[in-house]
Structure formats: C-alpha cells, structure tokens
Design a protein around this ligand. Sequence first.
Ligand code: CU
Length: 65
Amino acid sequence: MLEFDIAKLSCGHCVRAVTEAVQELDPSARIEADLQSKHVRIDTQADTARVVAALTAAGYPPAAG
Ligand SMILES: [Cu+2]
C-alpha cells in the first residue's frame, strides 16, 4: 500500500486522472482518494518510483503522505 498527499487533487476529474495514470502501470491497482485531505492510498504491486513518475507525468506530483 502506497500513501501520498497530492496537493493538486481537487475534484473527481483529478481522481480519475490519477487512477488512470496508476492503472496504466498496474491494471489491477486500487485507488482510494480523499478530496478533503488530498490523501491518496494506492493498493498496487507496481514499483513506488514508477508510480511517482507516472503521477508526476500526469500533472499530479505526489508527496510522501
Ligand atoms: Cu480535478
């Protein structure tokens, strides 16, 4: 389980973009996002560095959370 804070996460569109970015790496990944706290939990076997890179490329740079 990876956990991040994503400051730019502000609406359902953002959640979908983040979900798609992660699922490109790991189609079976599960993502829970809380828009209030901007906290994201990602259940995936994908490498953490690759997840961070994919989120950053999608415009949602994550911080350790
Ligand atoms: Cu949004």
